[in-house]
Design a protein around this ligand. Structure first.
Ligand code: AGV
Ligand code: CA
Length: 313
C-alpha cells in the first residue's frame, strides 16, 4: 500500500483522477485538497466529496478547501466546468453529502496529514503547487515526510499551453498560475516526477476515445467518464488553445503504473520573471527531476478502462 495525498484544482481531468485513485488496489488515500484554480473552489470541493461518496468503496476521507490565490487566473470559460460537473445526475443520487469538509484550509490540512503520517507519503498533484509551497512555509519539517511529488505541470518544449497577453507562451498553465510556488517547491530537495506537456501531447481527447467510453456506458464508471469529458472539446482538425488532453489522468495512471511511460532525468529551474514567469527550463546544474516524456497510448487507455470498470463492484 502506498500512502497518497491528492491535491487537485477541479478541472474535469482532476475529478477523473480522483475517481481513478479511488479504484486503485495498491493506494491508500490519506487526504484530498482542492484549489479553485482551473475551477471555482466550492464546486471543486463539492464534486470531490460526492465522488468519494459515490465511487470511494467506503473510503473514510475528508476534503480540504484551499484559499490559495493566483498570480495569473485561469480563463473563466474553463473554470465554469466545475459547476456543470457538480450537477451530473450520477453525483446527485443522494441529497446529503456524507464525506466531510475538513475544518482546516487545504495547505494546513496537507501539513497536518503529513506530520501525522508515520510513513513517507507520495503527493499526487494535478494543479498549481501553491498549497504545498504554503505548507512547507508553515511546517518545514514536512519535507522529510514526502516520499516524492508526482506533478502534472511544466514543459521543456519551446511552446507551453498558455495563451494570455501577459505571457510569452512558454509556460504550462499549472506552473503559470503561481510561478513563485512552483519555484519554492523546485528549490527543495524533495524528489519530483514531472508529467509535462511532452508526454501529454500523445494523449489528446479524441472522438474515438469518447466513443469507446460511450459504447461501454453500461459500466457506471465509463458512463461517468463519458459524461464528464462531454463538457470539454476534443482534438479535431487542428489544435486550439482549448483542446483537451488527458493531462491529469496520465499523471494519475503513471503514478499507478510507471511502465506506461518513458522517463529521463533532467536538470532544470523555474523562471519567476515576467513575461516568462512560470516557465520551467533546462539548466545544466539545476535541480534534478524525473521527466515523463512519452507514453504508450494504447496501454494508457486500457488502464483507464480497467480501473473505471472497478466502479461496478
Ligand atoms: O495545463 C494542464 C492543466 C491540467 O492540470 N490544466 C488542465 C488539466 O487539469 C490547465 C489547462 C490547460 N489547457 C486547458 C486547461 C484547457 N484547454 N482547458 C482547461 N484547462
Ligand atoms: Ca488540473
Amino acid at each position: 500500500m502506498e500512502k497518497v495525498y491528492f491535491s487537485h484544482d477541479g478541472a474535469v481531468d482532476d475529478f477523473i483522477s480522483l475517481f481513478l485513485l479511488l479504484q486503485m488496489e495498491n493506494v491508500e488515500l490519506i487526504g484530498v485538497g482542492a484549489i479553485g484554480a482551473d475551477s471555482y473552489v466550492e464546486p471543486a470541493v463539492s464534486v470531490s466529496r460526492k465522488i468519494i461518496d459515490r465511487f470511494g468503496h467506503g473510503a473514510q476521507l475528508e476534503v480540504a478547501q484551499s484559499n490559495s490565490r493566483p498570480a495569473h487566473p485561469f480563463p473563466k470559460e474553463w473554470r465554469l466546468d466545475s459547476y456543470s460537473e457538480n450537477n451530473l445526475a450520477i453525483l446527485n443520487e443522494q441529497t446529503a453529502i456524507k464525506t466531510p469538509l475538513a475544518d482546516k484550509l487545504a495547505h494546513e490540512d496537507l501539513a497536518d496529514k503529513l506530520m501525522q503520517s508515520t510513513e513517507p507519503v507520495t503527493l499526487v498533484m494535478t494543479g498549481p503547487l501553491s498549497d504545498l509551497a504554503r505548507a512547507l512555509k508553515l511546517q518545514p519539517a514536512i519535507s522529510t515526510k514526502i516520499k516524492r511529488i508526482v506533478w502534472m505541470g511544466g514543459t521543456f518544449m519551446e511552446a507551453g499551453n498558455v495563451a494570455e497577453p501577459d505571457s510569452d507562451g512558454t509556460q504550462e498553465w499549472n506552473a503559470f498560475w503561481d510561478p513563485e510556488a512552483t519555484k519554492i517547491v523546485f528549490d527543495t530537495d524533495i524528489p519530483i516526477e514531472m508529467v509535462a506537456l511532452e508526454s501529454t501531447i500523445n494523449v489528446p481527447l479524441t472522438n474515438s476515445v469518447r466513443n469507446s467510453w460511450a459504447q461501454q456506458h453500461e459500466h457506471v464508471g465509463l458512463d461517468f467518464l463519458a459524461n464528464s469529458y462531454a463538457f470539454v472539446p476534443e482534438l479535431n482538425q487542428f489544435e486550439t488553445n482549448s483542446t483537451y488532453y488527458l493531462w491529469d489522468v496520465l499523471t494519475t495512471c503513471y503514478f499507478y503504473d510507471a511502465s506506461l511511460v518513458q522517463t529521463k532525468r533532467v536538470n532544470c529551474d523555474v523562471s519567476i520573471t515576467a513575461p516568462s514567469d512560470g516557465r520551467t527550463f533546462l539548466k545544466e546544474d539545476g535541480r534534478p527531476v524525473t521527466l515523463v516524456h512519452d507514453v504508450d497510448n494504447a496501454r494508457f487507455f486500457q488502464t483507464i478502462q480497467k480501473l473505471a470498470k472497478r466502479a461496478d463492484d
